[in-house]
Design a protein around this ligand. Structure first.
Ligand SMILES: Cc1cc2nc3c(=O)[nH]c(=O)nc-3n(C[C@H](O)[C@H](O)[C@H](O)COP(=O)(O)O)c2cc1C
Length: 167
């Protein structure tokens, strides 16, 4: 299975997670795109997509996603499955934890995409997240600032989940 993984990163945490996801999805052909260097139009080449975005500046998208956010309007997401992951800090930014995931999922869903890879909020501690719908995040939440020891297991479990949801 071919998957395009598009991520933005400022201090490299999301890039590390992107690499872990690529390794974990061993039966898939995962191509990584750092959106700072690659045009977002590459999304058009994939039906199965993973989007990675940390939250910055109190509830905002990481700056490369902020710059390219309006470009999403030029892309067609109908018939595409999209999974989301994001890095955040549930303690210091407890009121805006992983908000960027919620912002991107809302936009891309409105463009016709089907979201897969929703992930339980159980096990995290935060006040509010724009990424939360009922008892799930719209995608995988990673907190390398406070819980780096959980990252590998979270990624591994999520990858098993999305592998069957993409299929
Ligand atoms: C100034 C600043 C603002 C931040 N704002 C948020 C936030 O609103 N919500 C959140 O979940 N994390 C927030 N974070 C935490 C980052 O998302 C986290 O450190 C993440 O791992 C950074 O990912 P990156 O290294 O891929 O850029 C913030 C961090 C900094 C330094």
């Amino acid at each position: 299975m071919k998957i395009g993984l598009f991520y933005g990163t400022t201090s490299a945490a999301t890039e590390e997670v992107a690499n872990l996801i690529q390794e974990s999805l061993e039966s898939c052909e995962v191509e990584l795109f750092d959106i700072y260097k690659e045009p977002l139009e590459k999304i058009n080449e994939f039906e199965n997509i993973i989007i990675g975005c940390p939250t910055w500046d109190i509830g905002l998208l990481q700056e490369d996603w902020r710059t390219k956010f309006d470009d999403l309007d030029t892309l067609d997401f109908s018939n595409k499955k999209v999974a989301y992951f994001g890095c955040g800090d549930q303690h210091v930014y407890s009121g805006t934890f992983l908000d960027a995931l919620g912002t991107l999922e809302e936009k891309i869903t409105a463009k016709g995409a089907t979201t897969i890879g929703q992930w339980p909020v159980e096990g995290y501690s935060f006040d509010y997240s724009k990424a939360q719908k009922d008892d799930k995040f719209v995608g995988l939440g990673i907190d390398n600032d406070n819980e780096p020891e959980l990252t590998e297991d979270r990624v591994s479990a999520w990858c098993k989940q999305i592998e069957s949801e993409f299929a």
